[in-house]
Design a protein around this ligand. Structure first.
Ligand SMILES: NC(=O)c1ccc[n+]([C@@H]2O[C@H](COP(=O)([O-])OP(=O)(O)OC[C@H]3O[C@@H](n4cnc5c(N)ncnc54)[C@H](O)[C@@H]3O)[C@@H](O)[C@H]2O)c1
Length: 310
């Protein structure tokens, strides 16, 4: 695994590479899921949202389901929610326990591996051939106790999961590779998201500057949930078949000091493979830009802090 670049550029089968249609979004009540649902709806997609909890202020079609139960997953992806709705063209799978350390490892493994198998397998059973899911920056070797092989890190080296959470993400990528091998009409895109941020999170960013070690673990990267949603839409609309994976981060770091200085201080001896812009991300998004047309539109640097209450 790693170094995967397997989608063909040929026009995909029905369902892959379309710019609208009916899509199920799992994990829709979550941080990334809320932004994805909003963005896909605004872009003309007919979204059926699902999660095991109901989001506070969600509009639109939503069904509560526990995705560890295969029967429920199959029903969500076919006609088991409402017999009168249109068939599903695509799946965006975001549901997961979203980090190491939140629950014991075996619970992370049991939930995340089961849910993803259920979603991938039910999509196959339902004939859905356009699948986009949340992988994670962690497969690149976070928290980089072993330094990265070079920076900016990219998709060209073999995955290095260092936690059970990340191991499941790596297994998902491997599983997707084989599912695409079994069905040449299938398109599966794994988005290796950086640390997801909402605009209200940006208030704490200036505090990161005092100690570069604070955010060393993910090379000072982040992904604005709205840009993450854009990447999801572009992956959905990308024509092709087979598996591909992309790092999805913002164009800059969370820091005010330069990216070159951060590498020199915290990762001395690590090869720097390109001339770095002042605050250029060390999680390369060159492939997502080139193949998907992903263009980050947000930066914490452009977000003004909210005024104090009057
Ligand atoms: N948050 C990050 O920094 C980050 C970084 C990289 C990748 N990711 C991945 O992105 C995805 C979304 O993350 P997020 O930050 O929005 O997390 P989140 O916890 O806010 O949302 C995940 C959602 O999945 C749902 N879920 C979990 N298990 C479920 C189950 N068995 N059945 C039904 N629903 C279930 C939860 O209820 C939750 O609403 C996850 O796959 C996560 O691993 C997150």
């Amino acid at each position: 695994m790693g170094g995967m670049a397997e989608t063909t550029d040929a026009a995909g089968p029905s369902g892959a590479g379309t710019s609208t249609g009916r899509v199920v979004v799992t994990g829709a009540a979550g941080k990334l899921g809320r932004a994805v649902v909003t963005h896909l709806r605004a872009s003309g997609w007919d979204v059926l949202s699902t999660d095991r909890v109901r989001p506070g202020a969600a509009g639109g079609e939503f069904v509560v389901a526990d995705l560890t139960d295969y029967a429920q997953v199959l029903e969500v992806l076919t006609d088991g929610v409402d017999e009168h709705v249109a068939p599903v063209d695509a799946v965006v799978h975001l549901a997961a326990i979203p980090a190491p350390g939140l629950v014991p490892n075996s619970a992370t493994f049991a939930n995340n591996a089961t849910v993803t198998w259920n979603v991938f397998n039910a999509a196959r059973a339902a004939g859905i051939r356009n699948v986009v899911w949340a992988s994670s920056e962690t497969v690149l070797g976070l928290p980089f106790d072993t330094p990265p092989p070079y920076v900016p890190v990219d998709e060209a080296y073999r995955v290095r999961p260092e936690s059970t959470y990340s191991l499941v993400k790596a297994l998902e990528e491997e599983m997707a590779h084989h599912l695409c091998r079994w069905d040449p009409r299938l398109k599966m895109i794994g988005l290796r998201f950086s640390n997801v941020m909402d605009p209200e999170d940006y208030a704490e960013f200036p505090g990161f500057d005092a100690d570069p070690a604070l955010r060393r673990w993910n090379l000072w990267g982040y992904i604005d949930a709205r840009d993450g949603a854009q990447a999801v839409r572009r992956a959905l609309e990308h024509a092709g078949t087979g598996l591909d994976v992309f790092i999805v981060a913002n164009a800059d770091t969370v820091m005010s000091r330069s990216s070159a200085d951060l590498v020199a201080e915290c990762y001395p001896g690590v090869e720097v493979r390109k001339e770095l812009g002042e605050h250029e991300t060390l999680l390369s998004i060159d492939k997502a830009r080139r193949v998907l047309g992903y263009t980050p539109e947000h930066s914490w640097r452009d977000t003004r802090p909210s005024p104090p209450p009057a």
